[in-house]
Design a protein around this ligand. Sequence first.
Ligand code: ZN
Length: 426
Amino acid sequence: MYIFRLILLLLVSATVLAQNERKVILASRMIDVVEGTLKNDVLVVIENSKILKIDKASNKNRYKDIIDLSEYTILPGLIDCHTHLTNPYFDKSIDVYETAIASYGILGTLYAKKTLDAGFTTVRDVGGYFYSDVALRDAIDKGWIPGPRMYVSGKSLSMTGGHGAWANWLAPHLQIQPNPGNIVDGEDEVRKQTRTLIKNSVDLIKINATGGFGTSKSIPGAASFTIEEMQAAVEEAQKRGLRVAAHAHGAEGIKNAVKAGVTSIEHGTFLDDESIQLMKNQKVYLVMDILAAHYELIEKNDDFSDKEINLNNQEMYQKLSDNFNIAYTQGVKMAFGTDASIFEHGRNAEQFHLMVKAGMTEIDAIKSATIVAARLIGIEDKAGSIEEGKWADIIAVKGNPLEDITVLEKAEFVMKYGKIYKSPVK
Ligand SMILES: [Zn+2]
């Protein structure tokens, strides 16, 4: 009888051991984004997909099979709150009018891998065509392909003639329905389309509160939806526990969106004092994609003269950078987001040095892409910091990002849910 029990016990133990896969990381530096400090000589013990324990490096003899990152700084997996992982906008060889729907998903698999390899283990993807973002998110979750964990909005809501309305490019006689641009006017249509998006499994709602740079016949500074229309989207989203992100460049549209109850303002290009105060008071996050702006205005030097902007590109970027600085110093909550798709996916971390150049401290820039970003998405109890019980999303870089932020552009180790996707050591 005893022998049977013993065998049973051994079998059960073996199963438990097999199920609990442990990994131990040794690092000379770890960025604690909650305390805002650098900790030296740590061991992070990972069990399956979660962080089990953080220990001192001096206890390393208690562990076996250590992943030696002693020449590296570890920090939480980065989070980009404004991507379009299924959008090939940067690649001018791809004509969207000749692209099959499935191609967006296929391209997304390439862009997702590049983004993960760059150290971004989570993204908030705000505007994907034809639910290609939903499909990509699910493919990553199921382990079919490597990529960051995604929180997706589906196609953003646009008004007739607004940003993102595909019909803007077409002559009046070619503007037939159904239109892929998610065009809705009036509270009832906004409500219905929000419900449809939720039914089709999005994680958040994106609404275009002003015009945009990328859309024909659209003025970035001009407000679009009314407060009531946006409130309809917020109400429907809230019933299901979802949040609303508002694309907004002009100050009037920013204020309307904040008054309607959105959680974040995307871009915020023409912020004024009043909109900054309103955002601060309402605790609305600002996701300012200064890398996309820098790419278009400085690196590519695109012509925006048809967009009613009376500034040259250099002045325009300077204004944006100044507004970033004012919002930051005034205490607006700043979450990291790049608008990857405007520039090639995987370059996301290049935004950190632009944020520091605009006046943000290195630790706040890192927080904006970790714990603050996690709060914006609503996953701060599971992600955004290296803490016991959280998902094991960990990256490593050479050097110290608190001294030189550009080291974040070279993530050499990437772990998501405890699985290693990239490593400099065996
Ligand atoms: Zn965008």
